[in-house]
Design a protein around this ligand. Structure first.
Ligand code: KG4
Ligand code: ZN
Length: 349
């Protein structure tokens, strides 16, 4: 007998400001992936403008899909299923991707898989690391979310903690804006922080030491604003001190969750903020203290992309989970439906 057949999944992502598509098979082979950002369109506004994002997705998604098929040298008929982000996110963009996915699935006569964008982030470490087994403890840190999840299997997520106000990436973006570093904020803060002293500016560590591993970043951002307004500190010191405060919060909160999850096979980080070098280094040390392997996807797989949606699609396809063509786009869609709603949870994923 030959090698077992590896289903091929086309994945589409359009929930925020990246238009992306990828072809991934269930053997973790990434045949092609393309991402088009929208920095130039949103930069004048200092953040993502939903209407501009939706229009940009309309313009770019079809050429990107054609591009990945051409890159991989396959046709739509070779695809076994079409996976598209169906939420949570900016609803205009989500609808563009989901409708495109439905049209392609219908045209090809293949099933649709409606993927939760957060599940894309949550499973992306398994695309990068074939040895990563369930259950694992996941710190999901993105522009719209900051959560600790016990990932027990495909579709089985227990939320241990979330932010009570801003997400970690949101804090980076708002801090970048108030320091005049522009958009997108996270990479800009990290770049400037390299020349600063992380101990120069005294800043709070909200919720550090509290028994439940929840997060809070709104007060930190306000404290940076006050420190900046005082005129006593340079931008590099402000950026470095802010980044250090975020690192300390993430480490302390993850420590509580790790202690509560002795069965976790690994400590895993995913989402756009996981691209931050200082955060990755601190989390690596934390995992070592608990004797757990630390798993972080490569940088390109941390920020929004099509491969993580295709891979989540591959995992769902293998589990026999496909969706009807009348599946609705969802601006809000918690990964753990049992988790209590918290004040101020963002819609951006
Ligand atoms: O996962 P993602 O690409 O999109 C969402 O689903 O939100 O995450 C984007 C977030 C933004 O807030 C961005 O500023 C942040 O990730 N980010 C970073 C870095 N790169 C991206 N934050 C800190 N340091 C970075 N190097
Ligand atoms: Zn995301």
């Amino acid at each position: 007998m030959g090698a077992s057949y590896m289903p091929l999944i086309l994945g589409l992502e359009s929930s925020c400001d990246e238009t992306a598509a990828a072809l991934v098979d269930s053997g973790r082979r990434i045949l092609a992936h393309r991402v088009a950002g929208q920095e130039a369109e949103h930069r004048p506004y200092g953040g993502v403008v939903p209407e501009i994002a939706a229009r940009a997705h309309v313009d770019r998604l079809a050429p990107i899909v054609e591009g990945v098929l051409a890159d991989a040298g396959v046709s739509l008929a070779d695809v076994d299923a079409v996976a598209a982000t169906a939420g949570p996110g900016l609803i205009g963009g989500v609808m563009v991707g989901l409708v495109t996915g439905k049209a392609l699935a219908h045209a090809a006569g293949k099933p649709l898989i409606a993927v939760n964008h957060l599940e894309g982030h949550a499973l992306s470490p398994r695309l990068a690391d074939p040895d990563l087994q369930f259950p694992y403890l996941l710190l999901l840190v993105s522009g719209g979310h900051c959560q600790l999840l016990h990932v027990e299997g495909v579709g089985a997520y227990r939320r241990l903690a979330t932010t009570i106000d801003d997400a970690a990436g949101e804090a980076f973006d708002k801090t970048a804006k108030l320091l005049g570093l522009g958009y997108p904020g996270g990479p800009a803060v990290e770049r400037v922080a390299k020349d600063g002293d992380p101990r120069a500016v005294p800043l709070p560590r909200p919720l550090v030491g509290s028994a439940e591993p929840h997060f809070s970043f709104a007060g930190l951002k306000s404290a940076v604003a006050r420190a900046a307004a005082s005129g006593e500190h340079g931008t590099a010191d402000l950026a470095a001190s802010f980044q250090q405060a975020v690192v300390d919060c993430l480490v302390d909160r993850s420590r509580i969750a790790l202690a509560a999850c002795p069965n976790a096979t690994a400590f895993v980080v995913a989402g756009g903020v996981a691209a931050n070098g200082a955060i990755r280094a601190a989390l690596t040390d934390l995992a070592a203290r608990f004797g757990k392997p630390f798993v972080a996807p490569p940088l390109w797989l941390c920020t929004d992309n099509g491969a993580m949606i295709a891979w989540a699609g591959a995992e769902r396809f293998a589990a026999g989970l496909t969706d009807p063509l009348d599946t609705a786009a969802r601006p809000r869609w918690p990964l753990d439906p049992e988790a209590e709603a918290v004040r101020g949870a963002g819609v951006k994923a």
